[in-house]
Design a protein around this ligand. Structure first.
Ligand code: FES
Length: 566
């Protein structure tokens, strides 16, 4: 008979060449924190805390984590919280995306290095949930994702405001001269007024829905507002569930399967979710050794209706989705399309979950499968000479009148070039042109910022132009909208076709044919390719060097090559 696997504090002992000494030393140091011998015998539930004063979305985590601890203790476990990096979306430079993989490494290594039988991952702001799930899948210790929950919208002068679709709407009005400096300053204080993640179906809300659809968060927990008492009960339940998983492990590798990933993709499409989520879900899947082909995304998109009426594409806020029945209501509509045998962290299959739930739904927010907002999914992948490895368009947030057209390219070579010239009254641009931004992809030195939502040139905005075709290798905030082609791959900074576009070239977009083509002959392209020089990027050191050396393109989730599962 072999030695039984070590549990609790006895897991992963520091090696001094004497295991008995190692355990004795660890227990004596743990006792210095005032724990009794009885508590130190219990299964250990780690709680990954991503609170930071640089992250407004997580400001309620102390209370949330107290509730997790309560759940763990009541269920017979020992809760030990530990800090990880936090990624507050708007507080990071050059972009939070650059640090998602750093946080994923932090989460993975701290789960593996510290003695825990299960872990509760507490996150919410855009990159934190993907980072926690990527790390947890790689560490493969039983894990429950607990979401921050969305902010509440604010009543302001007779309308509801919520971060951050309304942030962009008012800023566009300000740029167009319709909201003055005093008004915009007042609005600034009324867009994000509670703890929690952005109030619309942006990246954070989309990733919360995906965490639940994957089966990694407890049923019914994705949409509970951050400040609702149900959020604390979800925290308590997540702690208790983690103790059960410590006794009878279900590992992330058993949950994040190809079937669960397809379920998550269906949900992403049905909720009109953020374009960023396809990058993050691809990265999470890659940690489980599962590839997501963009052609498969298109096949699923063609057969998945958009059901949820939330901003930025619809009317409502995430808290309305909770009141309307939560993600369960969406999953019930999608049931014929889902893999119902997918296992969830609750220990039941998705099918068992849906059988046992009450059927309340508010049809103002969650439409019936037979009467969807749109018969096709919110996202579509485009291919063609401009994006041989793919690009993404959020068609549910775009103007369908711009879907089949050819336009003249107005090219910006970098973000600095864009900032310098976009509002120049002398800029040669009309509303029928296609705005093209180069060198904003993963290896551009800007780390793929959410710059794909190029501003409408000021002179056109003032003339009432609301949307134009915009093309780049950047990302776009999940709270933004417009006819915006993103994630063009290969990116310009590594010599993709996007790098070869010149002012005045013709580009054809056909959403129906899933194509984006640069209408320039092969010979001319070959000549330009021979002349092409990569952009000057400042020499990197430390993590930035690791990032530049190993980050993959968007269709591989922008993960590092050495972190994906072979
Ligand atoms: Fe944190 Fe939007 S800034 S979710």
């Amino acid at each position: 008979m072999g030695t039984p696997p070590r549990k609790g504090l006895a897991r992963g002992l520091t090696n001094y060449g004497d295991a008995g000494f190692s355990l004795y030393l660890r227990r004596s140091f743990a006792k210095s924190m005032g724990f009794s011998g009885e508590l130190l015998q219990r299964p250990v539930v780690g709680i990954a805390d991503s609170r930071s004063s640089f992250n407004n979305c997580h400001r309620h985590f102390p209370e949330l984590i107290e509730a997790v601890k309560r759940g763990v203790l009541a269920a017979g476990g020992l809760p030990l919280d530990f800090p990880t990096i936090s990624l507050g979306e708007v507080f990071l430079s050059p972009t939070s995306m650059m640090f998602r993989n750093l946080m994923a490494m932090d989460v993975e290594e701290m789960i593996r290095a510290q003695p825990m039988d299960a872990v509760v991952l507490v996150g919410g702001c855009d990159k934190t949930v993907p980072a926690q799930l990527m790390g947890a899948v790689s560490a493969d210790v039983p894990a429950v994702q607990l979401l921050a929950g969305p902010m509440m919208p604010t009543s302001f002068r007779g309308e509801r405001l919520g971060a951050c679709t309304d942030c962009r709407r008012f800023w566009a009005l300000h740029r167009a001269g319709q909201v003055n400096a005093e008004e915009i300053a007042e609005i600034e204080g009324n867009l994000a007024t509670t703890a929690g993640t952005c109030a619309v179906m942006g990246t954070a809300s989309t990733m919360a829905a995906i965490a639940e659809a994957l089966g990694m968060a407890l049923p019914g927990t994705a949409a509970i507002p951050a400040v609702h008492a149900d959020r604390l009960r979800a925290a308590e339940a997540s702690g208790a569930r983690a103790v059960a998983l410590a006794h009878q492990p279900i590992r992330p590798s058993q949950i994040v399967t190809p079937q669960a990933i397809e379920n998550a993709l269906r949900v992403l499409l049905a909720i009109g979710g953020s374009t960023n989520a396809i990058v993050h879900l691809t990265a999470i899947a890659g940690r489980a050794g599962v590839d997501i082909a963009l052609e498969r995304l298109n096949a699923l998109s063609d057969s998945t209706p958009v059901l949820v009426d939330l901003k930025p594409t619809g009317q409502h806020y995430m808290s309305d989705l909770h009141a309307a029945g939560g993600l369960g209501a969406v999953l019930r509509e999608l049931k014929p399309l889902l893999h119902l045998d997918a296992l969830t962290v609750a220990g039941e299959t998705l099918g068992e979950r849906l059988e046992s739930e009450p059927g309340w739904v508010d049809r103002a927010v969650v439409k019936a499968f037979q009467e969807p907002l749109s018969k096709e999914g919110g996202l579509v992948a485009l291919f063609g000479s401009l994006a041989p490895q793919g690009a993404i368009l959020k068609r549910s947030a775009a103007d369908a009148r711009l879907f089949e057209r050819e336009g003249r390219a107005v090219v910006f070579h970098s973000l600095d070039d864009l900032a310098a010239r976009i509002d120049d009254p002398a800029l040669d641009v009309t509303a029928d042109d296609f705005l093209v931004l180069q060198n904003a992809g993963p290896k551009s030195g800007y780390a793929m910022p959410e710059a794909g939502y190029l501003p409408i040139p000021a002179k056109l905005a003032r003339a009432g132009v609301k949307d134009m075709v915009r093309i780049s290798d950047a990302r776009m905030s999940g709270t933004a909208f417009g006819t915006i082609v993103l994630h063009v791959s290969p990116e310009a900074a590594i010599g993709g076709t996007l790098a070869l576009v010149r002012q005045g070239d013709r580009i054809r977009l056909s959403v129906s044919a899933r194509r984006i083509d640069l209408l320039v002959g092969e010979e001319e392209l070959a000549r330009r390719r021979a002349e092409w020089q990569p952009p000057a990027v400042a020499p990197a050191r430390g993590y930035a060097k690791l990032y530049m050396d190993h980050v993959l393109q968007a269709e591989q989730g922008c993960d590092f090559d050495f972190l994906r599962k072979a």
